[in-house]
Design a protein around this ligand. Structure first.
Ligand SMILES: NC(=O)c1ccc[n+]([C@@H]2O[C@H](COP(=O)([O-])OP(=O)(O)OC[C@H]3O[C@@H](n4cnc5c(N)ncnc54)[C@H](O)[C@@H]3O)[C@@H](O)[C@H]2O)c1
Ligand SMILES: [Zn+2]
Ligand SMILES: [Zn+2]
Length: 365
């Protein structure tokens, strides 16, 4: 089978690999879409230490069940499926509480970090355990399904913020994750959602996706602006979706007394925080990691149109074009968000099924 192999840092090649074997509790999935995640781009040059070559990356995927192991009952060959990016042990105290994202034996598909190496979905086939598979509703395209991992991250963050309805919210960072948090916060009932970013194009997208106000983080006094919008109070919930010193500090400054700051971004390994402000204003800092059981809800919200993912997809391209797309993402080409690779060989007798969806960055969605 064709696979996109990270053979050395910053070196991706298409290689011919054997189709993986399928254990008794696994399904073999023919991959039809796999998104390039920011973490793949950060792993590509070795800076994150989580994509040690040689490795087939890719954990945001969907496809068709090609074969099943002898003990698999919930899916059959031909089923359209997606799968969670996390493979967990299902036995530890965290797994037993449903906090599978915190599992001590957690492995992420398409990651190689020294402790483990697990082949990913930038390949024609991948074998995955049955218990992480979800059948796709007919209304969800494979490309939209490849966005469910990121949607689940956003839903998890909003869940941990304990939004009950009626809150004012600020999302800092209008990237992939921030724009999904914006929509998830809306779904959870936040009455007003403000979005801040340094990139005007991203803010335009935020406005189109339902932000009540978009705030340019580097031009204006962001904290002053947020205080003005909230009668000097600050917002009830802040979602930090950048992960840098300055944005974490701003997030804390924009929260009201006894408000919540949910930390999702984590570019910086360490930041310093205004301790006395957090303590005296009784602010709750809440970390949020990946997702734990949000896939079904993500599928429902995306297929029902309550969370829109199509505007975040910049391009759908054949797996063979993967090396160029990685290079473009790595070079921070403007206006590029999610790029999805499709490893299926186009059938020469029929029009390419990718065609209607094929988009180049910058074109209207
Ligand atoms: N906790 C988790 O489970 C989880 C999952 C996925 C991603 N992440 C993290 O979330 C963060 C966002 O990921 P993404 O995929 O959306 O990235 P992204 O690159 O698509 O978006 C980041 C956004 O932040 C904006 N930004 C940069 N500096 C800023 C500043 N000073 N003020 C305001 N905005 C600024 C950028 O313009 C961009 O729009 C990253 O740190 C990523 O590692 C966390
Ligand atoms: Zn991802
Ligand atoms: Zn576990």
């Amino acid at each position: 089978m064709n696979a996109l192999m990270l053979s050395e840092y910053k070196q991706l090649t298409i290689e011919d690999l054997p189709v993986p074997g399928c254990g008794p509790t696994e399904a073999l999935v023919q991959v039809a879409a796999c998104g390039i995640c920011g973490s793949d781009v950060h792993g590509y040059d070795g800076s994150s230490g989580r994509r040690i070559p040689p490795l087939v990356m890719g954990h945001e995927a969907a496809g068709i069940v090609a074969a099943i192991g002898s003990e698999v009952r919930s899916v059959s060959p031909g089923d359209r499926v997606t799968f969670d990016s996390t493979v967990y042990c299902a036995r530890c105290e965290f797994c037993l509480r449903g906090e599978v994202n915190l599992c001590g034996d957690r492995q992420v598909i398409g990651v190689s970090c020294g402790d483990y190496r697990r082949a990913g979905a930038f390949a024609e086939y991948i074998a995955v355990p049955e218990y992480i598979l979800y059948k796709l509703p007919a209304s969800l395209s494979f490309a939209d399904a490849a966005m469910l991992e990121a949607v689940s991250v956003a839903l998890h963050a909003v869940k941990l913020a304990q939004v009950k309805g009626g809150e004012t919210a600020l999302v800092i960072g209008a990237g992939m994750i921030g724009l999904l948090i914006l929509q998830a916060a809306r779904v959870a009932g936040c009455s007003r959602v403000y979005v801040a970013d340094v990139d005007a194009t991203r803010l335009k997208l935020a406005a189109a996706l339902g932000a009540d106000e978009t705030l340019h983080a580097s031009e204006a006094d962001l904290i002053g602006e947020v205080l003005r919008l909230t009668d000097g109070r600050g917002v009830d919930v802040v979602f930090e979706a950048v992960g840098r010193q300055e944005t974490v500090a701003t997030a804390i400054d924009c929260a009201r007394k006894a408000g919540t700051v949910t930390l999702v971004g984590n570019i910086a390994a360490q930041v310093s925080v205004p301790l006395q402000r957090i303590v005296t204003r009784q602010i709750r800092l809440q970390g949020s990691c990946a997702s734990a059981g949000e896939y079904p809800e993500a599928m429902e919200l995306v297929s029902g149109g309550k969370i829109k993912v199509a505007p975040l997809i910049s391009a759908i391209a054949p797996l063979h074009d993967g090396p160029q797309w990685f290079a473009r993402l790595y070079a921070h080409e403007p206006n590029l968000m999610k790029v999805i690779l499709d490893p299926r060989e186009p059938d020469p007798r029929r029009p390419d099924p990718r065609e209607p969806n094929s988009r180049e960055p910058g074109q209207s969605q």
